[in-house]
Write a protein that binds this ligand. Structure first.
Ligand code: P6P
Length: 343
């Protein structure tokens, strides 16, 4: 195969970058890639087989689970269990973390936090959905890994990535040395390097936010939306509004074209909707590695100390210039918030 570099070849090639890695992280990334191909197969034939619709169960988030949510969750846990490199899985679809206690995982040293199928409300209407994953090394040195091994700051991640099941299926990941994108070639069943060294543009003209929640947004967000809509040719405004309802798809587009994705606090999500461990931290790691920024409007996402498994946070993520402008407005108008507590 001339010129084609598969995910597996790339991982092995880059393994030399890690003095401590003796192949375990490489094998873990391989395991995730395999599960992603299996999930992709089901996502791509959804509608032809009985895999659409609701599973009839509710996850800890209080969200109705789709059959594909449950399928994807099972596939990733199964791949991580048989791969032997993972000792704990924290997943959106399980109330508590899942200890991996199998004969092959005796010396496993990695923790995986995962949203197996993000944006699942889009599944039944054939809109792009995604998988988001975050990888940590366990801190404890003996016995079963514990919740403390999971509740690590985003700065401790050793790798993070997402899979977008869209017009094509891509896996995008970082191990802290840049961001690379791989497109699945169904004819050979391999993720092939298609987007080497991805960089998010410093500025952009796309903003992604669910404006249906406008009345409940913090004043700083309302001001930013007004700023985005001002006609000013010199600063390429009004910006374009693009909101897919699938974080992976919105952030992937903004990574390539430039833009900002905002999910702030709202009436129904007073602490923000998106989960820190398996949505915001991995996406923040990726975007920072691509030259962008990610905060909760005030604090760097990766510096937030998690205190619970399904902890939520606001998120402002994307092109540095756009996020910094939004942060400025959040700080400026913070005093005007009704529940503002002065420092
Ligand atoms: P809303 C999907 O449920 C998700 O977690 C993200 O992928 C998406 O950006 C967001 O929530 C959509 O939420 O409240 O705008 O429908």
């Amino acid at each position: 195969m001339t010129g084609i570099k598969t995910l597996g070849q790339f991982i092995i090639e880059k393994q030399a970058d890690f003095s401590y890695a003796k192949g375990e992280l490489s094998r873990l990334l391989r395991d995730i890639g395999i599960a992603a191909k299996i999930v992709n197969r089901e996502v791509n034939k959804a509608g032809l087989v009985d895999i659409l619709g609701d599973a009839g169960t509710v996850n800890i988030q209080g969200e109705g689970q789709k059959k594909l949510d449950v399928f994807a969750n099972t596939q990733f846990i199964s791949a991580l269990t048989s791969g032997g490199e993972c000792c704990i899985v924290a997943t959106e679809e399980e109330d508590d973390f899942v200890p991996i206690d199998s004969p092959v995982s005796k010396n496993a040293k990695y923790i995986v936090c995962i949203d197996p199928l993000d944006g699942s409300s889009n599944i039944d209407v054939n809109v792009a959905v995604g998988t988001i994953f975050s990888i940590y090394r366990r801190k404890s040195v003996e016995g079963m890994a514990t919740l403390a091994d999971v509740l690590q700051k985003g700065t401790e991640q050793v790798a993070a990535g997402y899979v977008i099941y869209g017009s094509s299926t891509m896996l995008v990941y970082t191990t802290g040395k840049g961001v690379n994108g791989f497109t699945l070639d169904p004819s050979i069943g391999e993720f092939c390097l298609s987007h080497p060294n991805m960089k998010v543009p410093h500025d952009g003209s796309i903003y992604s936010i669910n404006e249906g929640n406008y009345v409940h947004f913090p004043m700083g967000v309302k001001q930013y939306i007004k700023y985005a809509q001002v006609h000013d040719v010199a600063s390429n405004r009004p910006y374009t509004s693009r909101y897919i309802g699938s974080m992976v798809a919105d952030i992937h587009r903004n990574l390539i074209k430039g833009g900002i994705y905002i999910y702030p606090t709202t009436a129904s999500s007073p602490n923000g909707k998106l989960r820190l461990l398996y949505e915001c931290n991995p996406m923040a790691f990726i975007i920072e590695q691509a030259g962008g920024v990610a905060s909760d409007g005030f604090r760097r996402i990766l510096e937030i100390q998690p205190v619970e498994l399904h902890q939520r946070t606001s998120i402002f993520i994307g092109s540095e210039k756009m996020v910094r402008m939004a942060e400025e407005m959040m700080v400026t108008y913070a005093e005007a918030e009704p529940n503002h507590k002065s420092a």
